[in-house]
Design a protein around this ligand. Sequence first.
Ligand SMILES: [Zn+2]
Ligand SMILES: [Zn+2]
Length: 330
Amino acid sequence: MVLPEPGRPLEWRLLPDPQPSAGQVRVRVHACGVCRTDLHIVDGELAHPKLPLVPGHQIVGTVDQLGDEVSGIALGDRVGIPWLGWTCGECRYCLSGRENLCDRARFTGYDLDGGYAELTVADARFCFPVPAGYPDDQAAPLLCAGLIGFRAYSMTGDAARIGFYGFGAAAHVLLQVARHEGREVYAFTRPGDIASQQFARELGADWAGGTDERPAELDAAIIFAPAGDLVPLALRSLAKGGTVVCAGIHMSDIPSFPYDILWGERSVRSVANLTRADGTAFLDLAPRVPIETTVTRYPLQAANEALADLRAGRLQGAAVLIPPGSSGGQ
Ligand SMILES: [Zn+2]
Ligand SMILES: [Zn+2]
């Protein structure tokens, strides 16, 4: 499924089979998760994507061809391909354990063709082994919703009470990690979104309600929704010393707010991308929680429908695309 240019629907096109360059593997895609970032790219909210583009950066598949100089991955291996597709390895960020901030990073399904396809190629060094026991479709959302969500979660330190603002794919995964670690979780949805609140309670949220409510003083809040007006709202619910983490790649403007609500050593920060170390840590943790993902499957050809459902908030959990010929692991 190809994005011809931002603001247009994806098109079903027959492309030549991609060939792996040196250091790359070719992967037969079994399932690819749909992320809110894909929506931002398709809607033109993120500048300068590769065009035309095959979106998708939560890819689970098996290696069916090896490029030259590939080590550590064999034909037939099941791998996950995440958002971080390539880094330079030599800038000051790469050299200080912060490859997520690499000046020249390339991202899957944005700078590089991704997984809304039957076949894709990826740099072998950036692929992860997928934990056994997860069917392909349920593993796919771990690769971004889970993984970048986990990086955001890590920024909350030892917060005892965490608020999740926006209860989509990422929050439904991270709630399970937070409960596993004995933290109290407060799930904030659009006011009146009873279905999402019910879903959060079923997954173990201590409280679920609208973003206009203030049920408790929070030690940390993670904002998954792309709405800047949630930042002052979350700040007003924070205890002293608390942090608001903005986990999305795009957000509408943040309205001005009084210094009072930041005072008391409260902080606001963003989280960008992922490092490979985040991925390894999270995929090691997932089966031990164990994290269970709730997915809605769509045939690959219905990618536009999946994006529309995500945009309209009609989904619980994560949308996953299944290419023709794949069972998606079911
Ligand atoms: Zn770099
Ligand atoms: Zn993503």
